[in-house]
Write a protein that binds this ligand. Structure first.
Ligand SMILES: [Zn+2]
Length: 260
């Protein structure tokens, strides 16, 4: 084991990097991997007969941390809309979709796959896009980039976590930011994004109430005040009952943030 530590200390491995090499224990050809995950060194040999594995904390240099952040930024900023996605200019398919949900502009059209495309814009930069099929093909929602970021709409101080882009657009305003997570669970990237808010409302579709409670607990680790709203219908259908409930919680949260 002493040997392993010596070898590990000689390996120059950056955060987020994995190296593969011959196993110092069993001699297996490239069966030994070492990876660095935010300052946690993990090593393992893939040979069943070899029991070398372990982990240990290592020092992350400031440069290492900076490089990781830069790499993540680049990853999310390096996105170009594919050429088969064109801006909305009165396409009948998009018109029908917009009329159905009472949406304004800002949409694009994937002409190859016939999808209505919602660009994901963060800090004024299009970092990704999500397209909903207009002909019931699968997947219903398709992501074009790999930012992992949620689709958002609106510029308010309260995040409203919803399942899909249409609901996010409908709820987004100068009070709320609709945050579409495209599912019923939160990724680390979602949580990092949501951590900038001090209040959030979880408004998943009615059939996902147990998931909503789970998500609410998960969110409390990064957002100070989290509430769950019991919807009677998907938010995108704008049931007056639901909008009223949402407004009431929003007013209450806003009142709190003004008083404190
Ligand atoms: Zn081995």
């Amino acid at each position: 084991m002493h040997n392993i530590y010596n070898i590990l200390s000689d390996i120059d491995i950056l955060n987020d990097e994995t190296k593969r090499m011959n196993c110092p224990n069993c001699g297996g050809y490239k069966t030994f991997t070492v990876s660095n995950s935010m300052g946690r060194l993990l090593w393992n040999c893939y040979k069943a007969s070899c029991n070398v594995s372990g982990s240990k904390s290592v020092h992350l240099s400031i440069n290492d941390i900076k490089r990781t952040l830069r790499k993540e930024e680049k990853k999310s900023q390096h996105f170009a809309m594919p050429e088969y996605i064109v801006p909305y200019k009165g396409q009948p398919e998009i018109n029908r979709f917009m009329e159905r949900f009472d949406l304004m502009g800002g949409l694009h059209h994937d002409v190859k796959d016939n999808r209505v495309v919602f660009p994901i814009v963060h800090d004024g930069i299009t970092v990704d896009a999500i397209g909903r099929s207009l002909r019931n093909s699968l997947p219903k929602w398709k992501r074009y980039g790999n930012s992992g970021l949620p689709f958002t709409s609106g510029c308010g101080k309260i995040a409203v976590v919803v399942e899909d882009c249409v609901s996010a657009v409908i709820v987004g305003s100068d009070v709320y930011v609709g945050v579409a997570v495209l599912g019923t669970s939160l990724s680390d990237i979602h949580k990092r994004y949501l951590s900038q808010f001090s209040s959030a409302i979880v408004a998943l579709d009615p059939d996902a109430l147990p998931k909503a409670t789970e998500m609410c607990n998960d969110l409390r680790s990064v957002v100070e005040t989290v509430r769950v709203i019991r919807l009677s219908d998907d938010l995108k259908y704008k049931s007056p009952n639901d909008i009223e409930k949402l407004t009431a919680i929003g007013d209450e949260l806003n009142g709190n943030s003004i008083n404190t």
